[in-house]
Design a protein around this ligand. Sequence first.
Ligand code: ADP
Length: 362
Amino acid sequence: MKKIAVECKNIGLSYDGGKTEVLKDINLRIEPGEFFALLGPSGSGKSTLLRLIAGFNQHQRGELLVDGRDITGVPPHARNIGMVFQSYALWPHMTIWDNVAFGLVERRVDKATIRQKVGAALELVSLSQYANRRPNQLSGGQQQRVALARTIVIEPQVLLLDEPLSNLDKKLRVQMRQELLSLQRKLGITTVFVTHDQEEAMTTADRMAVMDKGIVQQLGTPAALFDYPANPFVANFVGTANLLTGEIRQVGGDMLRFKAPGIGEISLPNHPDARSGPIALSFRPHTIRMTVGDAILDGAYIWLNGLIEHIEFLGEFTRYRVRVGNIAITADQAHYCGMAPFARATSVRIGIDTSQIRYLPL
Ligand code: ADP
């Protein structure tokens, strides 16, 4: 099967005759065969963008290219794009076999071909033995696989998944996301999937677009977005981040002076991204060191005095909320058997690894 690219160029979409702008100047290219996630909070425009690719929504500005061809205005049924809905939308009165065969029957495919294709699709999702059951006789995970089989049986060029795992419980979600990915790899089909769950996007996607307020905030691999977020929104949406907002006062030579309200002035190593003016320092909770004694002499860290305000024991690590001046910093400390966590109201020093600080524009 030929692998297809999907490209959005300067796409803008408004509802209410232009009053509510839901997608603003979307530019992204999904590579052939890629597993691509649209990640963002509720209302950020993910589903609108997915439905636009399927042809259920029409954009007013820009181009939508599939395999290099602008398909703006082409109706959904003529697009050769398969979509799996959040609700699965299976026919309750039909058997699993008939549900999967539906799209082929509609396309007037001959009986022998239908038999062969439905059989293969059910085998692919390991549901051959359930062909004669009805949807309500299957578990949520199995219904999800029927929805997938029903979509891939028509051999679409692009597969769209709208929150495909949100109806499943946590354990099944983890299992299904692995199944989904291995199925996608087997088929090599360009896949776009919408989720508000950053773990889901990070564990499966080749690349992802983080959306907020109808704008693609950043595009890249999960690791690139986690390590090099472009702005405070991405830093906090992809993983957890401490954001220290303040102002860079003076940049010169090897060092810079950063002033944060309520904390005071800190000297930090200079950085190519550091500019004079308002900025947020972003650093991850797990990169922080914590000690009750003196600051550890290690040039890679800057040390701040704080007070433990809140403790959450999470098994693998303990998450502390530490009050430093008038801000709260989240610090995760790895936990090992026999280790006693620090107590609430303990005065601590927290060490911020300066190599892990990102300088984000405000
Ligand atoms: P997400 O999938 O990220 O949760 P949506 O794409 O569903 O977000 O919605 C984006 C925004 O568009 C929301 O503010 C929503 O209220 C609005 N919206 C969605 N559909 C319509 C519609 N048919 N008419 C007007 N506004 C809509």
